[in-house]
Structure formats: structure tokens, C-alpha cells
Design a protein around this ligand. Structure first.
Ligand SMILES: Nc1ncnc2c1ncn2[C@@H]1O[C@H](COP(=O)(O)OP(=O)(O)OP(=O)(O)O)[C@@H](O)[C@H]1O
Ligand SMILES: [Mg+2]
Length: 251
């Protein structure tokens, strides 16, 4: 079965003033994939996410989404096409309650969609509550975000991104900083949300149990280059990958 590419990167290059981070990265993600990008610290994973989502523009190369060239499209326009994203360090409004964070996202979703412009505020609150429910945070909706456990803050961020109904959800280390049981629960939650909303996932992770629990395709990035792409089993058996991980102390 061959599916048309949903998201592609072609020969992406990106440098910061003192360092070249992406050295010609090409990837192809199919609709429905759970595509993991793994690699040692500093390999360029977050930079690749930024370029794919439009937070940064590549110096060279192309990003396509559903066959459309989005290379020069800013992040907010990509969100309208169906891009959603969470960050390596959760980005929520720290002094607002979980509920108010979700309401901010629901308000943004309302303004983003012209046909929804006249929704009553009650619907905004209902959308916020539904999203909090989906990540099992409804009971804690009156908690101030900065006082939530870190895993809960990550789930709040996830709820906020879901409100925008993304078709492509990009998760930068969704379980970083979590305890092992919290991690396992998050893997189950993300898998269930993906299924329920029919999303395509692109994620990065250092925790291999998370990668193996979620991903059907894995790309290995090292020094800004894709070393290999394959199934989790293929990647795990790849001797070059083993060497990279042994060398980086992540084995
Ligand atoms: N804004 C920036 N300015 C300059 N250099 C940067 C900037 N952001 C990242 N870098 C450098 O670019 C390289 C790649 O960083 P990036 O954050 O993309 O890696 P990563 O694979 O996500 O790493 P980690 O696993 O630690 O999250 C690193 O050497 C980093 O120090
Ligand atoms: Mg990173």
C-alpha cells in the first residue's frame, strides 16, 4: 500500500550564526504515521521541528504539506492548514488556571475559523472543558498552571493544541521530565488521542520505550543529517545507530 506523502522535508539546511545544525535533511511522513525523529542531544531535532512548523525558516530546502509548498509560510498560517505543536519545555500561561489556559486556546480557535466567529462564549468554555477532559485534567481545571505537576502541565499544553483540531501534531519530547509511570500513561493517552482524532504524529524522544510504544517509523538524526529511516525494529538493529548511541552515552 503506498500513500501520498503528507509532510515532507527536502534537503533542509539551517545554520545559527556560529553553527550549522541541519545539513540537508530529507524526510517523508505519510498520513496516519507516528513518525519519531530520534538522535543524541544537539543533533538538530528541535531545530528541525521549528523549520517544519514555521517557527524558523530554513536557509535552503523545501517543506511540503499535502503536496503544497509551505516553506515560506509562517507558523500561524500552517496552524490553519492543520499543524499543531507542543514544545520541549511546556509552554502554557503559568499564572492562569488550567481552565483559563484552555479557554485562551479555545478563543484563539474561534477567531481562527471564520465560520465559527459568532460562537457564544458558552461554547468556548465547553470546548475548553472537553479538551481538559480528554487529557484527564478536568478535575484539576481550577489549579494554577505553574503549580501543576510537570506531567500535568505537558498534558495541559497537549489539550491546548488539540482545541485547534490539528491533523498533524508535532510533539517535541512529550514525556521529558516525567516519572516512568507518568511516561507510560502519556504514551497511552497520546496513542488514544491520535486514534480518536485521526491525527498524524511527528515526535522526538530520548526515551526509547516511548519511541517503541508510539512510532511506526523512526528517523535517526546525527549532526544534522538523517542516518537512517525505518521501522523501530530496523532502526534498533542498525549498527551505525548503535554506535551513535553508545558514543553519546544514551545507550
Ligand atoms: N537559537 C540558537 N542559537 C544558536 N545555536 C543554537 C540555537 N538553538 C540551538 N542551537 C544549537 O544547535 C544545535 C542543535 O540544537 P537542537 O536544539 O536543534 O538539538 P536537539 O536535537 O533538539 O537537542 P536536545 O536533544 O538536547 O533537545 C545545538 O548545538 C544547539 O546548541
Ligand atoms: Mg531538542
Amino acid at each position: 500500500m503506498s500513500r501520498a506523502p503528507f509532510l515532507t522535508a527536502q534537503a533542509l539546511r539551517k545554520s545559527y550564526p556560529a553553527v550549522t545544525v541541519l545539513r540537508g535533511v530529507s524526510l517523508s511522513v505519510a498520513e496516519g504515521d507516528s513518525f519519531a525523529v530520534i538522535g543524541p542531544n544537539g543533533a538538530g531535532k528541535t531545530t528541525l521541528f521549528k523549520v517544519l512548523s514555521g517557527e524558523l525558516f530554513a536557509d535552503a530546502g523545501t517543506v511540503t504539506f499535502e503536496g503544497r509548498d509551505v516553506t515560506a509560510m509562517p507558523a500561524w498560517q500552517r496552524v490553519r492548514l492543520g499543524f499543531g505543536r507542543t514544545f520541549q519545555v511546556a509552554r502554557v500561561f503559568p499564572d492562569l488556571t488550567a481552565e483559563d489556559n484552555a479557554i485562551v486556546a479555545a478563543e484563539a480557535a474561534r477567531r481562527g475559523g471564520v465560520s465559527l466567529a459568532w460562537w457564544p462564549a458558552r461554547s468556548v468554555r465547553a470546548a475548553a472543558h472537553a479538551a481538559l477532559n480528554e487529557v484527564a485534567l478536568f478535575e484539576r481545571r481550577s489549579h494554577i498552571a505553574r503549580l501543576l505537576a510537570y506531567g500535568d502541565r505537558k498534558r495541559l499544553e497537549l489539550a491546548m493544541s488539540l482545541i485547534l483540531r490539528p491533523r498533524l501534531l508535532m510533539l517535541d519530547e512529550p514525556t521529558a521530565g516525567m516519572s516512568p509511570p507518568d511516561r507510560a500513561a502519556s504514551v497511552e493517552l497520546i496513542a488514544a488521542l491520535k486514534q480518536r482524532h485521526g491525527m498524524t504524529l511527528v515526535l522526538t524522544e530520548h526515551d526509547m520505550s516511548v519511541v517503541f510504544g508510539l512510532a511506526n517509523r523512526v528517523a535517526v538524526l546525527n549532526h544534522g543529517e538523517v542516518v537512517t529511516v525505518g521501522t523501530p525494529e530496523e532502526v534498533r538493529a542498525n549498527p551505525t545507530v548503535r554506535e551513535i548511541y553508545l558514543g553519546s552515552g544514551h545507550a
